[in-house]
Design a protein around this ligand. Structure first.
Ligand code: PEP
Ligand code: CO
Length: 462
């Protein structure tokens, strides 16, 4: 078999003057300095010596699948927590997230008829950008929480200092999570054909309920049919692929796990299949972009205000100078008030340049607001509206919207208002768990999958 990257010029596979640590010569945003450099070096060296979490084969397989999505044959479903925490590295959380991602993907496959690529924001999504470096707690100015990979949520000055031992702890939690995820995925999650697993009663309030019910019955019939024709139960559902992703924000974590592998050119980030540049870490001359330009993994780029079209094009060119298909995933996140005005020119420019990107929509991050009681939330209607508008814009431009990027959980949390059950602001306190951004709960996520499938069909199915 000829490996795809063999056709890539060597200077591109190994960009000039680049190494996994060359980012350290560039200005970095969103990563405070570690107070003890010796401790940091020791943790970094230890992390460098630990085995990789994933393989380059998996990375290349994912890139191939994303190339299909870019060409209009597939759909990317990327979802998970805003911030994973070490404390939540527990069986039910992982099971529930995988379950909701699988159910959503079944709905999408059934309705669209195209393959669905599932990527969790999981097994490494431990570092967060923040809008301010400090907060005031009991009159004292302390560093803000930046995710478990960097410091502690506990609001005291000592606990908020960046602690390099968290790099190792993050790696260990990621590996425990991934180990369980792989075991669950390998066994094909056989319970999914039981109707009671779908917990659809909440949909009864929704005007599309009859359609949903028919769809789920039909999915269950298809699963039973496969069961009856294959000698081993769920043979065909086995080896469900689930890939991992996180924002590569704490570059000590990512660069310590960036390695060369035998018989392939270039360097791979072996902590996660896909990594993305956040809306606040994509400066073209900054440390994050310097790191990203040297890795072979697929790269997500958040595209939202304030981002200029020219800068976006330069960034894509810098990260993917050979225009490899499946390499760049553009994640638009404009918010319901700006998407119609701003997204079209980005799409036109990328189309004009002929960049083979995957366009997906993150309808979450442009639609966050605080209630009168200062609770951070999002409205399901805004989320859906941005998605619908994004589909409509791509239809108008003749381009393909190939996926969605969502903050969601398989648990019954109350963090976003709206949805079929009409969760209102007064109910948010009931089960508000997130340390960071509000997520869709199980029911809102399934409802989202139904609506996504409807929009996709309307846009792309003859
Ligand atoms: C996120 O995805 O959690 C995030 C912080 O998004 P953005 O960088 O788009 O604001
Ligand atoms: Co978020």
């Amino acid at each position: 078999m000829i490996l795809k990257e063999e056709s890539v010029a060597p200077e591109v596979a190994n960009p000039k003057d680049w190494s996994p640590a060359s980012w350290q010569n560039y200005p970095i945003k969103q990563l405070p300095e570690y107070p003890d450099q010796q401790e940091l070096e020791a943790a970094y060296e230890e992390l460098r010596s630990l085995p990789p979490l994933i393989t380059s084969w998996e990375v290349e397989a994912l890139k191939n699948k994303l190339a299909d999505v870019a060409a209009g044959n597939g759909f990317l479903l990327q979802g998970g927590d805003c911030a994973e925490t070490f404390a939540d590295c527990k069986s039910p959380k992982i099971v529930n997230l995988l379950k909701v991602l699988l159910q959503m993907s079944f709905i999408l496959i059934h309705e669209t008829g195209v393959p669905v690529v599932r990527i969790g924001r999981i097994a490494g999504q431990y570092a967060k950008p923040r809008s301010s470096d400090y907060e005031i707690v009991d009159g004292e100015k302390i560093m803000n929480y930046r995710g478990d990979l960097i410091n502690s949520f506990k609001p005291d000055a000592e606990a908020r200092k960046p602690n390099p031992n968290r790099l190792i702890e993050g790696y260990k939690n990621a590996s425990l999570t991934l180990n369980f995820l792989r075991a669950l995925a390998d066994e094909g999650f056989a319970d999914l054909h039981h109707p009671e697993y779908w917990e659809l009663d909440f949909m009864k309030q929704n005007k599309y309920y009859k359609e949903y019910e028919t769809m789920v019955n039909s999915i269950q019939k298809a699963v039973s049919f496969m069961e009856s024709i294959t000698p081993n139960q769920f043979n065909t559902l086995q080896k469900i692929n689930v890939y991992t992703s996180h924002e590569a924000l704490n570059l000590y974590y990512d660069s310590a796990q960036t390695r060369k592998v035998p018989r392939r050119e270039g360097f791979y980030n072996l902590s996660s299949h896909m990594v993305w540049l956040g809306n606040r870490t994509r400066d073209i001359d900054g440390a994050h972009v310097e790191y990203f330009r040297g890795i072979r993994n697929p790269i997500g780029i958040k595209v939202g205000p304030p981002f200029e079209v020219d800068e976006t094009l330069r960034l894509i060119e810098k990260l993917n100078p050979v225009h490899e298909a499946g390499k760049i995933v553009l994640i638009s996140r404009f918010g319901v008030n700006k998407v119609q005005e701003q997204l079209p020119e980005f799409i036109q420019a990328v189309k004009r340049e002929g960049f083979p990107v995957v366009w997906i929509c993150d309808p979450m991050h442009g639609n966050t607001f605080s209630t009168d009681n200062d609770v951070k939330t999002r409205n399901f209607d805004d989320i859906i509206t941005e998605l619908r508008q994004t589909f409509a814009i791509h239809r108008d431009q003749g381009t393909y919207l190939g996926g969605a990027h969502l903050e969601l959980t398989g648990d019954n949390v109350t963090e976003c208002v709206g949805g079929a059950k009409g969760l209102h602001e007064g109910e948010l306190h009931r089960n508000y768990e997130t340390y960071c951004d509000p997520r869709l709960n199980y029911e809102q996520s399934l409802e989202m999958a139904f609506l996504l499938a409807k929009e996709w069909k309307q846009s792309y199915k003859q």
